[in-house]
Write a protein that binds this ligand. Structure first.
Ligand code: HEC
Length: 470
């Protein structure tokens, strides 16, 4: 289409975003939750110092804040840039739409980032150097700024799943930005915000358990006990509210996409569960295990709680986060921006035009064969169509491999399949998660030739087979 295709063999470019995003979410949500944890813990520590003359909590918090600073300001920031880098390459069309709508939101976001980065550095470097009350205030400024980064980015993230009718009504007219607030406070905004807040609080507790686990339980049993127990309590809100919030969230997703939870994909994969259902099960099982480990190993036996236990909890949280982000991604199929832009960058209203004019005629970046930009052989035209239309979700041999998914089908059979994708009839089981194959009859044939050559490779030296089959 309007941008070149970023080919990542085997895993597909989507997974590049996925891997960076899961890592980033673990850290950035800790930055928000931990931002609240630090001043609340510091306030408690100051009270303990006043009442009991204990300074051990303050010392432990200073050390935790170093860990916090390095993790969030270095890895959080770098992975955040990584997300921009990878979405820009993988989904340039969608990134462009987001920027056109939300440039002002991002401008605000970056202001809060600056405040965050500045205050966390000041916070860490001024332990014992400024008045404790002022130090605590710096902590609160950090907490406020980091909550705002979540409040803003949540609008953009939830927009991609559910842009809402008002925005869809003006989409493509050039007036999209006039519906900024409708797009921002879209149908899944609130459930998603509350869900993420719960996750942030849990992550604050989980990461705090990492530093708390390293306190020597023999030498400082009182400190370790109180610190571990206090940190475990941060996990409680999630496990009370999460199920209700998930139901609320799910209720706000359009019915057609909700159907993905129960239908569609399970007809293809072996087994009885759909991918999203399986991911939901992973979330439930890992979360339950976290509760179990946190209660029995941490809360009941705080002095014995060690780094391996804490790492196990972290690993489970990583799995739950990964599964959560993956299901959100699956729920969004076949769109990158709900009901407006398919995952491969094709806008829903341009389907008819591309069907009339051809896919490659609307692709600026296909290499020069004869004529303006259109490759000449069926094979290379098919390859360009495959990359542009299917490559955002499929690879040939790795992730969702078409070579494997089409195995056993002959040329005619593949042709029928592509035609079915092209016609995209209302009763097609595939339209729930795959966009229509757009283009002319010629495009359908070119893609068929290309895919057939991948699945049923022509014998060496008989390249003419390709044309003979037609
Ligand atoms: C929005 C992402 C997306 C795009 C774009 C996409 N697909 Fe798919 N496709 C899927 C998903 C998800 C599945 C289910 C995979 C599974 O079961 O593991 C699938 C399954 C398939 C299957 C297996 C069907 C079956 O019944 O076994 C084929 C063949 C296929 N796709 C071909 C294509 C072709 C050709 C294109 C490009 C014209 C394409 N897909 C574009 C998401 C996509």
């Amino acid at each position: 289409m309007n941008y070149p295709f970023w080919d990542i063999p085997h895993i597909g470019s989507g997974w590049v975003i996925g891997m960076i995003a899961i890592f980033h979410v673990m850290i950035s949500q800790f930055a928000v939750g931990g931002g609240l944890y630090l001043p609340l813990a510091e306030r408690k520590a100051l009270r303990m110092t006043d009442a009991e003359g204990r300074a051990d909590w303050l010392k432990q918090l200073a050390s935790h804040s170093k860990f916090f600073l390095v993790l969030t300001a270095v890895f959080g920031t770098v992975s955040g840039v990584g997300i921009w880098f990878s979405i820009g390459l993988t989904h340039p069309e969608a990134t462009s739409t987001l920027i056109h709508n939300f440039v002002f939101a991002w401008a605000m976001e970056w202001v809060f980032f600056m405040v965050e980065l500045t205050t966390i550095a000041v916070y860490y470097y001024t332990w014992d150097r400024i008045d404790p009350k002022l130090h605590l205030k710096v902590g609160w400024v950090y907490a406020g700024a980091s909550i705002f980064t979540l409040i803003i980015i949540n609008g953009i993230l939830s927009f991609m799943l559910t842009p809402g009718d008002t925005w869809i009504g003006v989409a493509g007219s050039g007036l999209e930005a006039s519906k900024f607030w409708n797009a921002f406070f879209n149908p899944t905004y609130w459930p998603s915000l509350f869900l993420r807040c719960c996750v942030c609080a849990s992550l604050a507790g989980i990461w705090a358990l990492i530093t708390a686990s390293r306190i020597d339980g023999d030498k400082q049993p009182a400190l370790k006990t109180s610190m571990v127990k206090w940190s475990v309590k941060w996990l409680v809100p999630s496990f009370v509210a999460m199920p209700f919030l998930m139901i609320w969230y799910y209720a706000m997703v359009p019915a057609s996409q909700r159907a993905l939870l129960t239908l569609g994909i399970d007809t293809i994969n072996s087994g009885t569960f759909s991918t999203v259902t399986r991911m939901a099960l992973i979330i439930i099982v890992t979360s339950a295990t976290i509760v179990f480990v946190a209660y029995f190993l941490a809360y009941r036996n705080p002095t014995e709680f060690n780094l391996s236990h804490a790492m196990a909890v972290l690993l489970l949280a990583l799995m739950a986060t990964g599964a959560g982000e993956y299901s959100r991604e699956m729920l969004r199929k076949p769109y990158v921006i709900g009901r407006w832009m398919y995952s491969n960058g094709v806008r829903v209203p341009s389907v008819a035009k591309i069907n009339a004019q051809g896919y490659l005629a609307n692709s600026e970046w296909v290499w020069n064969g004869a004529g303006p930009g259109i490759p000449t052989s069926h094979y290379s035209r098919g390859e360009a169509i495959f990359r542009g239309e299917c490559g955002s979700c499929h690879t040939l041999t790795g992730y969702r491999p078409l070579q494997h998914l089409l195995e056993g089908r002959d040329h005619a059979n593949i042709g029928n399949f592509i035609t079915m994708l092209h016609e995209n009839k209302a009763d097609s089981p595939y339209r729930r998660f795959m966009p229509p194959m757009v283009g002319t009859k010629q495009d359908v044939e070119d893609l068929t030739d290309y895919l057939n050559a991948q699945v049923n490779p022509p014998v060496a030296g008989t390249r003419s087979l390709l044309t003979a089959q037609k």
